[in-house]
Write a protein that binds this ligand. Sequence first.
Ligand SMILES: [Zn+2]
Ligand SMILES: [Zn+2]
Length: 347
Amino acid sequence: MMAPPHPETWLRTRPEGLWCEPGGFFIDPRFPVERAVVTHAHADHARPGMGAVLATKETLAVMRARMGEGRAGESQQALRYGEAISLNGVKVTLRPAGHVLGSAQVVMEWRGSRAVVSGDYKRQPDPTCAPFEPVPCDVFVTEATFALPVFRHPDPAGEIARLLKSVALFPERTHVIGCYALGKAQRLIALLRQAGWDRPIPLHGALMKLCLLYEELGVPLGPLESATVKDKARFVGSIVMAPPSAIQDRWARRLSDPVPCLASGWMRVRQRARQGGVELPMVISDHADWPELLATCAEVQAPEIWITHGREEALIHALAQRGQRGRALHLVGLGDEEIEDEPGEAA
Ligand SMILES: [Zn+2]
Ligand SMILES: [Zn+2]
């Protein structure tokens, strides 16, 4: 019997992105291609104008909501977690990535060799999406956004408790949390509900559509309302959610004595919070931190770890000490959605 082919012979980088040659498809391509498998609907992974798109039902729904029906792929095929499909003889399965609703790792098997592309992922529990499932493989493809030992995300419940303490301390002010529209906003709302916050949560217009879609897809978020600022007094004592870019702009200044908060893994870096004028930084991230990256690479038992983007040097060094070979792919176009996830909004 022939030895299984090394994934580097059938999974390659091209200008469009990661290319599964025998399967004839790209994963999260940056440019329009004939056939794309999409890990999740963040704007740096899911782009408009593809031919055929394969993804989870939830990812496809978010893509349609953001891009408009016509631009989210000429044809769409939904695959459930764990369901297998053959694309030109390559077996493709999606497994939960624990990142945002519908996010998936792409598991590819070709002639006895297995590669897993994780997209973005985290290991902390998230009430709004299915938890990450480690899949043993020959090559594991990971991101490295927070691949430095300084990045250790605390328990999100503790961060929410800090917020609620501040709200209790300053009842005459309005707390405004900056968070991106897909995933972070809904996770924060769900965490607030778990902590017992049952008041209506006012939302900036840019967040409403995806919150309603999450509810439609079976993620309950409790009472939400539109934060159209006409009556300053109305939102006093409230926790208002807005995109990060809005917490400092004219929109937020119309609120009554706003407290700018920002929920991001980058809030671990004090300077970043100060620069952004953030009064209450919350370290809540949808990306794996340093211990989660190392634990995940160990769990999947892959002799080789390919790194799409981020702080690859520290990770490659740490992996080498653990007997795993790291390789930087330097994929272009994968952005910093922790701060801003700018979609190609249709409306
Ligand atoms: Zn993402
Ligand atoms: Zn990403």
